[in-house]
Write a protein that binds this ligand. Structure first.
Ligand SMILES: [Zn+2]
Length: 176
C-alpha cells in the first residue's frame, strides 16, 4: 500500500494481493483534462489486485476497487462550470495476452496489461471517462440558462405561482 500512485504496476501485483491507494492528480490524466473547465484536484484511488477464481479451473487476474472524484465540467446548456461527483466501481479482469481478452469472464471488464504492466494512469482515466455523464447539465432550477429554455407551459406555471402574491400585494396596498 502506498500514498504515491505509480504510473504502472506489475501484473504480478495480483498474485501478491497488493493494493494501490491514494490520490492521483487530475493533471496526470490528459484526455480527461481536455474535457474539464478546471484541472485542479485529485482522483481518490483504491485498487485491490487479486486473483478471481469464481470459475473453477479459470484463475483470472483482476483488480477491484473504487475511484472517487469531484470534476469541474462545463454545463452543456449554459457553458458555465459545474461540479460533478464521480464514484466508479472498478471490476476489471487483466491479461497480458491480447488474444486472452475474450476469455475474461463476463462479470469482469477486460483490461489489457501490455507486457505484464498495468498502467494505473490509463486505467483510472478510462474508468473516469466511462463514468462521466454523456451530457453534463446543471439541474434546470440551478442553471443560469434556465430563463432561455423555459417552455411555454413552465412560463405559465411560473406566472400562476407569482399571481397570488402580486394580487395579495395589490390588496395590501388598497388596505393602507
Ligand atoms: Zn447550466
Amino acid at each position: 500500500m502506498s500514498d504515491v500512485i505509480p504510473n504502472e504496476v506489475e501484473l504480478r501485483f495480483c498474485d501478491k494481493s497488493r493494493s494501490v491507494k491514494g490520490k492521483l492528480a487530475i493533471t496526470r490524466l490528459p484526455r480527461l483534462c481536455d474535457l474539464l473547465s478546471e484541472t485542479s484536484g485529485d482522483v481518490q484511488v483504491e485498487l485491490n489486485f487479486a486473483i478471481d477464481d469464481r470459475i473453477s479451473n479459470q484463475k483470472v487476474r483482476c483488480v477491484k476497487g473504487k475511484l472517487v472524484a469531484q470534476l469541474n465540467l462545463n454545463c452543456q446548456r449554459c457553458m458555465e462550470p459545474m461540479l460533478c461527483s464521480i464514484a466508479k466501481e472498478i471490476n476489471l479482469g487483466l491479461t497480458e495476452n491480447e488474444s486472452e481478452l475474450d476469455e475474461i469472464p463476463d462479470f469482469l471488464e477486460p483490461f489489457f496489461a501490455e507486457q505484464g504492466l498495468v498502467s494505473i494512469v490509463d486505467l483510472v482515466e478510462q474508468e473516469i471517462l466511462l463514468a462521466l455523464p454523456l451530457i453534463a447539465k446543471h439541474e434546470l432550477e440551478s442553471c443560469p440558462a434556465q430563463q432561455y429554455v423555459l417552455t411555454e407551459t413552465k412560463a405559465t406555471e411560473a406566472e400562476a405561482k407569482q399571481n397570488p402574491f402580486s394580487v395579495l400585494k395589490e390588496l395590501r396596498k388598497d388596505l393602507k
